[in-house]
Design a protein around this ligand. Structure first.
Ligand code: T1G
Length: 692
C-alpha cells in the first residue's frame, strides 16, 4: 500500500508511503482517489494528508514520463480532493515538490514544518506543473510570485511560503496542528479555486520573459509556463486546467524533457556502486597541500562540510597567502548570506595553515593541490607519506598529470587516488575521482564518501592526459583555434556557442581561467605530440604577448577597468597574420558550422574516451560535460545530445570533415560501430561494451 488511511474519531489520516521520496506514481494516485471516496463514505469531519519518512512528496514519478499516462490522472485526483465536501489539510514535512505541492494546493489548508520546503521544480525536468499548479497558485500568491516560483523551479521555505500566502501555518508538528484546527475556522477557509483570480500585470510578465531570455535562453518550458499561467487568469478553473494539461503532455514528450530527465537520473546514478563494499576512511581531519586558488577553495568546501582542515605550505609567505585566501572566501560567503557569523567563526576555528607537517599526523586524507609539476608532486607525496598515518589516503587534485606516476613515489601506491576539483572548488559540483592502476577500493570508497559530504557529483575516471573533462576540453579548444585560424574571430565563435546554450564561449571561458594554464600543458605535450597533427600557434602568440586573460587585463578580449569584456582587434589581426604566415586562405564560417565543428570534435573524443574505458558510461561523460564544463544541461549532456543527432549522421559529418584533415577528424571506432549497429551512445558502458 503506497497510500494508507485510518480514522481517529471523525478525523481521517491519509499517509503517502512510497519510499524513498513518496513519488506520485500510479499506485499513489489511485490510493489518493480511493481515500477521497473513503473519507466521503465515512462522512469524516476532515482529512489530514501527510507523507511517511519525513517527506511529503517529491512530485510525479518521473520514471513514468516515458510511457503513456495511465488513469487516474493526477489533475483528476486533485480535483476530487478540491471539490470534496470533506476539507483536506496538507501537513507538510520534508519537501512538497511538483505534484506534491499541487496536492497541497488542492487541499483546503496547508501547514508546514519550519524546515520543510515547497516548490514547483517541473521546469528543471523540461515540463510545467501539470496538475493545477499554474491555475491554483496565482489565486493564492498572485501572478508575479507564481511566475517566479514556477519559472525558476526554486522551492520556498515554510516562513517564506507563509509570508506570501501559500500556506496557512508553520508548526513543528504539522499533523498535530492540523488535528487541532478549529472546525469553524477550517470551514471558513476559502479554497484556492474560489479566491479572486490574480490581476494581470503586463509589466511583470514582460520582465519575467526578459529575465528568462537572459537566464534560460533556449529552454521551452519556462516560457510555456508563463503562457499557460497568463491564459488561465481570465478562464474558469476547468478551462485553465485543460490548457495546462495539454501543454504539460506536449512538453513531457519533448526532446528537452527527455534530455533533462536523462540528466536528472544520471546525476542520481552517480554514487558508489553496490559492488564497492570497502569502507572509506573516517573523514574528520583533512590535510591540503597548497593554499592557492584551488587549495583554498577545496579547504572552504571541506570546512562547509564540518571537517577540520589544515593547509600545508612551504614557507610563511605561503601560510599567509593560504590564510588570506580562505578568509576571503569566508568573508564573501558571509556577505552573500551563504553562512552566518556563528558558522564563519566555527569555520575559522577548524582551519589552520602551517608549514609544520607534524600538525597533520592524525589526518586520514590528504589532498595535494600544489603546482602542476610531476617533480613537485612526487616530493609532496613523499613528505605526506612520512607525516600521515600509514592507512591515510593520499590524493592529488592534478588536472592532467599521470596519477600512476605520482603513486609510484610512495611505498604503498594503493592509497593514492586523484580527486580532481573544478574552480571555484567550493561551488562547482563535479568531482572527477581518478582511479590509478593500483588505487584500492578503500581509497575509492573514500572518494565517494567525500563527494557525498561535499554534495558533489562524483565521476570515476581512468588515467590519461586530462582524464575525461580536460581531454574533451582540449579537443573543443583545438577545434575553436582551428576555426579562428581559418577564418573566424574569438567573439564569433563564442557567440555561436552561447546560442547553443553555453553561458560563455571557449574564449571568454579561457580568459577567466588564464591562457597560461593551457599553454603550460601544450609545452608539456610538445615531446609527445603527433607531428602529423596540425598545430595552431595563435594561443602561444597570445601568451608571448602577455595576454593571459582577465588576470592581465587582456586576453582574447580586453577588460578595460571592470567594464566587462571588449573585442580586441589586435587578436583578430593576430589570427589573420598567423594565417598569412601559414599560407591559409581564410573563409567565413557560419554559426552553424562553428557549432557543428566544436560539438563534433567533443563527441568524437568522448566516444574514444568511452571506448578506452576511461569513463564508465556515456552518462558519466554527460555529468562531466554539464557539471564541470558548462555544457547546457537541457541539451542532455554531450552524449545525450549526440544521441539526439544519431551516430550515423555524426559519422557522416565527421567523414566530410576528415576530407579537410584526416588526422584531426579521424572517426572514433565506437561511433562507427554505433552507426553500423544503430545503437545509442548512452547504451554504451566503458570499454566499448554495450549495456544489456
Ligand atoms: N520521480 C522518480 N524518482 C525520483 C523522483 C521523482 N520525482 N525524485 C527522486 N527520485 C528518486 C531518485 O531518482 C533516487 O532514486 C531517489 O528518489 C532519491 O533521490 C504533475 C509533472 C525529492 C529533493 O523534480 O528534487 O511533479 O537513485 O537522491 O537527495 O506537476 O529527489 O535511489 O534509485 O535525489 O534526498 C517534480 C525531483 C516532478 C523533484 C530528494 N519533482 N526530486 O533529494 O534524494 S514532475 C521534482 C528531487 C511533477 C507535476 C509534475 C530530490 C528530492 P535512486 P535523491 P535526495
Amino acid at each position: 500500500m503506497t497510500v494508507t488511511t485510518r480514522r481517529e474519531g471523525n478525523v481521517g489520516y491519509v499517509e503517502l508511503d512510497n519510499p524513498p521520496v513518496n513519488a506520485i506514481g500510479l499506485s499513489v494516485r489511485s490510493g489518493l482517489l480511493e481515500a477521497v471516496y473513503w473519507a466521503e463514505k465515512e462522512n469524516l469531519e476532515r482529512v489530514i494528508v501527510s507523507g511517511k519518512g519525513g517527506m511529503f512528496a517529491a512530485g510525479a514519478d518521473a520514471k513514468e514520463f516515458d510511457s503513456a499516462p495511465v488513469e487516474p490522472h493526477l489533475p483528476d485526483v486533485l480535483n476530487a480532493i478540491d471539490e470534496s465536501h470533506i476539507p483536506w489539510i496538507a501537513a507538510i514535512e520534508g519537501v512538497a515538490l511538483g505534484g506534491g505541492a499541487e496536492i497541497a494546493l488542492a487541499c483546503r489548508m496547508r501547514i508546514m514544518a519550519p524546515k520543510a520546503k515547497i516548490g514547483f521544480p517541473e521546469v528543471t525536468l523540461g515540463v510545467i506543473p501539470g496538475a493545477g499548479g499554474t491555475q491554483r497558485l496565482p489565486h493564492l500568491i498572485g501572478l508575479a510570485n507564481s511566475v517566479n516560483m514556477i519559472t525558476t523551479g526554486k522551492p520556498l521555505g515554510a516562513q517564506q511560503a507563509l509570508e506570501i500566502g501559500l500556506i496557512h501555518e508553520v508548526d513543528e508538528e504539522p499533523i498535530e496542528s492540523a488535528f487541532m484546527v478549529n472546525s469553524e475556522a477550517l470551514g471558513c477557509i476559502v479554497p484556492a479555486r474560489d479566491l479572486p483570480p490574480a490581476a494581470h500585470d503586463a509589466e511583470a510578465m514582460a520582465a519575467a520573459r526578459e529575465r528568462l531570455q537572459a537566464k534560460s535562453a533556449g529552454q521551452i518550458a519556462p516560457l510555456r509556463a508563463i503562457e499557460v499561467i497568463e491564459q488561465g487568469l481570465a478562464l474558469p478553473l476547468e478551462e485553465g486546467l485543460a490548457i495546462e494539461r495539454q501543454a504539460f503532455l506536449e512538453l513531457r514528450s519533448s526532446e528537452q524533457a527527455k534530455a533533462l530527465r536523462h540528466m536528472f537520473f544520471s546525476e542520481r546514478a552517480a554514487k558508489a556502486p553496490a559492488s564497492l563494499t570497502a569502507k572509506p576512511v573516517a573523514l574528520e581531519h583533512v590535510a591540503i597541500v597548497g593554499g592557492g586558488t584551488m587549495g583554498s577553495g577545496i579547504a572552504y568546501a571541506l570546512l562547509n562540510a564540518g571537517l577540520k582542515v589544515t593547509i600545508l605550505e612551504n614557507d610563511n609567505d605561503g601560510v599567509e597567502r593560504a590564510n588570506n585566501n580562505v578568509e576571503s572566501i569566508i568573508s564573501a560567503s558571509l556577505k552573500r548570506g551563504m553562512i552566518n557569523d556563528a558558522a564563519a567563526t566555527e569555520h575559522r576555528e577548524r582551519f589552520t595553515a602551517t608549514t609544520d607537517y607534524a600538525q597533520v599526523s592524525n589526518a586520514t586524507l590528504a589532498i595535494e593541490a600544489a603546482y602542476e609539476s610531476m617533480e613537485v608532486k612526487r616530493e609532496v607525496f613523499a613528505a605526506l607519506e612520512k607525516a600521515l598515518p600509514a592507512d591515510a589516503i593520499l590524493s592529488s587534485n592534478t588536472s592532467y598529470l599521470d596519477l600512476n606516476e605520482i603513486a609510484s613515489s610512495v611505498t604503498d601506491p594503493s592509497r593514492v587516488i586523484g580527486l580532481h576539483f573544478f574552480a571555484p572548488a567550493h561551488i562547482m559540483k563535479l568531482l572527477e575521482i581518478v582511479r590509478g592502476e593500483q588505487t584500492s577500493d578503500t581509497a575509492l570508497a573514500t572518494g565517494y564518501a567525500l563527494a557525498k559530504i561535499l554534495r558533489k557529483i562524483p565521476v570515476v575516471v581512468g588515467v590519461c592526459d586530462g582524464f575525461v573533462g580536460n581531454r574533451i576540453l582540449a579537443r573543443y579548444r583545438e577545434a575553436a583555434d582551428t576555426i579562428l585560424m581559418d577564418g573566424s574571430t574569438p567573439w564569433e565563435i563564442d557567440e555561436a556557442m552561447v546560442e547553443f546554450g553555453y553561458a560563455m564561449g571557449p574564449y571568454a571561458a579561457q580568459d577567466l581561467s588564464g591562457l597560461d594554464i593551457a599553454h603550460a600543458n601544450r609545452r608539456r605535450q610538445d615531446s609527445t605530440r603527433d607531428p602529423a597533427r596540425r598545430y595552431i600557434p595563435i594561443a602561444d602568440r597570445m601568451v608571448e604577448l602577455g595576454k593571459l586573460g582577465r588576470k592581465t587585463g587582456a586576453g582574447w578580449y580586453r577588460y578595460p577597468g571592470g567594464a566587462g569584456r571588449v573585442e580586441d582587434p589586435i587578436v583578430a589581426d593576430l589570427a589573420i597574420e598567423e594565417a598569412h604566415f601559414a599560407g591559409i586562405k581564410r573563409v567565413d564560417y557560419t554559426a552553424d558550422e562553428i557549432r557543428e565543428r566544436l560539438l563534433l570534435a567533443m563527441i568524437n573524443e568522448a566516444a574514444d574516451i568511452l571506448d578506452e574505458g576511461i569513463a564508465a558510461s556515456a552518462s558519466d561523460i554527460d555529468l562531466v560535460a554539464v557539471a564541470g564544463y558548462g555544457f547546457p544541461r537541457w541539451r542532455g549532456g554531450l552524449m545525450g545530445y549526440a544521441d539526439s543527432i544519431g551516430a550515423s549522421s555524426i559519422v557522416g559529418k565527421l567523414e566530410q570533415l576528415a576530407k579537410e584533415d584526416a588526422v584531426v577528424w579521424k572517426v572514433s571506432p565506437l561511433l562507427q560501430s554505433c552507426a553500423t549497429d544503430g545503437l545509442l551512445l548512452c547504451d554504451v558502458q566503458g570499454g566499448g561494451t554495450f549495456s544489456a
